[in-house]
Design a protein around this ligand. Structure first.
Ligand code: MIG
Length: 775
């Protein structure tokens, strides 16, 4: 063994000494401003190196360079009428209630927030100090109280508390979803620090690589290291409560518009349903077995040679007919679109993009070529506005065929030979022209690593804007794998290539909770697991949790065994069916939760601490969660188990059927059989439940049961057309329903939507009775 290897073997991990402060070489410009967003004090620090002309808000590409083009407006929560409705006489006047939500969409709070200059001596939260320690290296040091917890940061392979680890934010396609994974597909540089129920938060707005050391050495010190030659903006939020942090952050980065109703139903996918006969067979299995499903998803094999904006004439000879036949059977079709464009001079998409200079380039200005599914491929440069406009327009190919939604994948971007283009331990960036390829930002040419983390965001944005321009009266559905802060404005996300392992089922809870706290409500993981073979029991248990994933899709890889709900046994199928039916029964509640998100930024899946901040026991929990305020979900995530302990916070809790109730404030041992929904309902809640249906289209006519849990209760019922943006003009109905002293009341908060006829009933103390909603 040579000396070199011997030294390698003994290498000690480079450690950060407590006082390893490097010299500050910064001599550029800074600006410190302050404001309040939804009552939360916010400081914003901007810094830009001397050789960069402009303050960086125009370079924090994710949020700036916005034309506000296609994005849906944000229902302004401040315009919401006072919830406290008066007596019955007043209701008469409110018959034509139509809250006016129209407002310019503030993609970037610049326009809607007044920032005031703040004095240079203003103390920064968490005792934060920053400096530039090399041409492309910045450090931000802060302090964490001994019992502080760290949440959010987007997609992390971690439990809920992110503390005592280093988290790298550099979008990467790495399918080894194990503890030691360095970076995943999504980067959201937003951290919430929780300390005894009070929170502060940091948002470092830069799409370049960031490493967040959250007290990995157990010394109480946190440090962000940013590798960039450009400027950045650091938002510092707080103090405030947990929901305040998410509300303010989503005011800055935007909130999710309401998804189309069909996208909240069950989606069935696999890599791949290879031809039209298979698709027809899968779809008809759902209907003949009466397993609810709204969407069939087509993975890369629908294409000709993996060329985007084509379909295989051989395997899908009647593509348009297929989609319309499926449509007649109430199925929507979603197709995958990758960024890699096959390098082929006869291929129109390549020709066009090349002619107009819309691809990422090498340092000498030629299109950069990498290897992905189509073979040698080029990558659209999505930070360039013209590229987005062009890419958006290409989607006419799909809308003409009747495709309902677009799934954007591989957009880290992923390249077969080069998944880790920047050395994990790099302490500086290579020069711009040696960063894999060059991109053309509105401010000028820039190395890819400077903007890598917004590649997926800008691709999703182009796709969303494309669908909206092509079908202006419909809410677009876009699904993406890679993302940055603000992705919720454009797309749902799923967390990539997980495995059919029990531990990944369990892990999905804290991962999705942190996504929600990072501003992304519409998220999920592949139900059944992507790689490896699923089993009957795992699939059933995965559905039991998955019906509460905001994005609800079964998907697996081409190497895995089938995992459609009927793939295993009739018994397993029966359990899956019963669970999926519950997803559809819960749709009115889910719609209300999405509406709440649009008003307040609240995620659907919430950690216990969201609603019980003073319960020191609850804040530790990440194997159960709250779905909205009223439903507590505690799934079984281990093979062969039928019982688990469930921590119920203060108050009383009821079984979903209302037949049993439990005292809160302590642990309970509970049994959840296969096929049983692992959920409890808060005493005092009224859940609006639909009847079992096969697709979301039936929701409009479904009878609604208001199930009151306990002696009295409160709840909401929301409805709209499920398709258009007219809800932003107040074209929706919403009632606040309550039961007090045994009397049911429904107070209208909005009556802007011409509603179909349906029946309503109250389920109270085990008995049903018809009720009316005043209109
Ligand atoms: O290189 O399109 O995460 O969901 O099925 C793999 C094929 C590319 C990765 C996605 C996965 C999808 C698969 N894709």
């Amino acid at each position: 063994m040579g000396t070199a290897e011997w030294r390698d073997a003994r290498r000690v991990r480079s450690r950060r000494a407590e006082n390893d402060r490097e010299d500050n070489i910064f001599n550029g410009g800074t600006r410190l401003e302050s404001t309040r967003i939804d009552g939360v004090p916010v400081l914003r620090l901007s810094a830009w190196p001397a050789n960069v002309a402009n303050p960086p808000h125009s370079f924090a590409l994710a949020l700036a360079d916005s034309t506000g083009s296609g994005s849906a407006p944000d229902p302004a929560e401040n315009d919401w009428p006072d919830e406290d409705f008066g007596d019955d006489d007043e209701q008469e006047e409110r018959r034509n209630l139509r809250p006016d939500f129209k407002r310019d969409f503030a993609e970037y709070s610049e326009g809607s927030t007044d920032w005031e200059p703040a004095g240079a001596t203003t103390p920064l939260p968490l005792k934060l100090e920053w400096r530039q320690t090399a041409e492309s290296r910045w450090q931000f040091d802060f302090q964490l109280e001994p019992d502080a917890r760290c949440f959010a940061l987007g997609e992390r392979q971690s439990g809920l508390n992110l503390r005592s680890a280093v988290h790298t934010l550099f979008n990467t396609d790495d399918d080894k979803h194990i503890e030691s994974i360095d970076s995943m597909y999504i980067s959201i540089p937003f951290l919430i620090v929780w300390h005894r129920g009070q929170c502060s938060a940091l948002f470092l707005d830069s799409p370049a690589r960031q490493k967040w050391d959250l007290d990995a050495e157990l010394t109480g010190n946190g440090r962000i290291e940013l590798l960039s030659r450009r400027g950045w903006q650091l938002y510092m939020l707080g103090p405030g409560r947990l929901p305040d942090m998410v509300s303010a952050f989503t005011k800055v980065t935007g909130r999710s518009p309401l998804p189309p109703l069909w996208a909240l139903g069950h989606q069935q996918s696999r890599w791949s349903y290879p031809d039209q006969d298979t698709v027809i067979r899968i779809a008809s299995e759902f209907r003949s077995r009466q397993i609810p499903c709204d969407t069939i998803v087509l993975d890369i094999d629908y294409m000709e040679d993996y060329r985007v904006f084509t379909y295989s004439k051989e395997r899908f000879p009647e593509f348009k007919q297929l989609i319309s036949d499926l449509g007649n059977n109430d199925f929507k079709v979603v197709v995958i679109v990758d960024p890699g464009v096959k390098k082929d001079v006869k291929y129109q998409v390549f020709k066009d993009g090349k002619k107009h200079g819309l691809f990422c380039t090498t340092s000498d200005g030629k299109p950069f070529v990498g290897e992905v599914w189509p073979g040698a491929s080029v990558l659209p440069d999505f930070v360039k506005p013209e590229t987005r406009t062009w890419w958006a327009a290409q989607h006419g190919f799909y809308t003409d065929l009747g495709v309902a939604g677009i799934w954007t994948d591989m957009n880290e971007p992923s390249l077969f030979q080069n998944q880790r283009p920047l050395d994990k331990d790099a302490k500086e960036l290579p020069p711009d022209n040696r960063q894999l390829f060059m991109q053309q930002a509105p401010e000028g040419p820039v190395g890819h690593f400077e903007v890598r983390n917004v590649y997926g965001l800008q691709m999703s944005r182009a796709t969303y804007d494309g669908l909206l321009a092509l079908r202006p009266r419909e809410r677009p559905f876009v699904l993406t794998r890679s993302a940055y802060a603000g992705i919720q404005r454009y797309a749902a996300v799923w967390l990539g290539d997980n495995r059919s392992w029990w531990e990944q089922l369990a892990r999905s809870i804290p991962m999705l909770l942190n996504m929600g706290l990072s501003g992304v409500p519409f998220c999920g993981v592949d139900i059944g697991g992507f790689y490896e073979d699923c089993s009957a029991e795992l699939l059933v248990r995965w559905y039991a949790l998955g019906i509460f994933y905001p994005f609800f899709r079964n998907h697996c890889s081409r190497l895995s065994c089938s995992q459609e709900p009927w793939a295993f046994s009739p018994v397993a199928e029966g359990h899956c069916k019963a669970l999926i039916e519950w997803r559809y029964r819960l749709l009115p509640y889910i719609q209300q939760l999405f509406f709440e998100h649009a008003r307040t930024g609240a995620p659907l899946m919430r950690p216990m601490a969201w609603h019980y901040p003073d319960d020191e026991f609850a804040v530790e929990i990440d194997d159960q969660f709250l779905f909205g305020e009223d439903i507590l979900v505690a799934p079984i995530v281990q093979r062969g188990r039928t019982t688990r302990s469930v921590y119920l916070p203060e108050g009383r809790w009821h079984s979903l059927d209302g037949k049993q109730s439990f005292e809160g404030g302590r642990l309970h041992k509970m049994r959840f059989g296969l096929g049983q929904v692992p959920a409890l309902v808060r005493d005092g809640a009224i859940l609006p439940l639909a009847d079992v249906m096969q697709t979301t289209r039936e929701l409009a006519k479904s009878p609604i049961t208001f199930h009151c849990y306990g002696d009295s209760g409160r709840g909401y019922f929301y409805e709209d057309d499920g398709i258009s943006f007219e809800y932003l003009d107040g074209d929706f109905n919403q009632w606040r329903v309550s039961v007090e002293n045994g009397t049911f009341r429904a107070q209208p908060m909005s009556l802007g939507f011409e509603r179909p006829e349906r029946k309503y009933q109250l389920l109270y103390k085990g008995k049903s009775q018809p009720v009316q909603l005043i209109i």
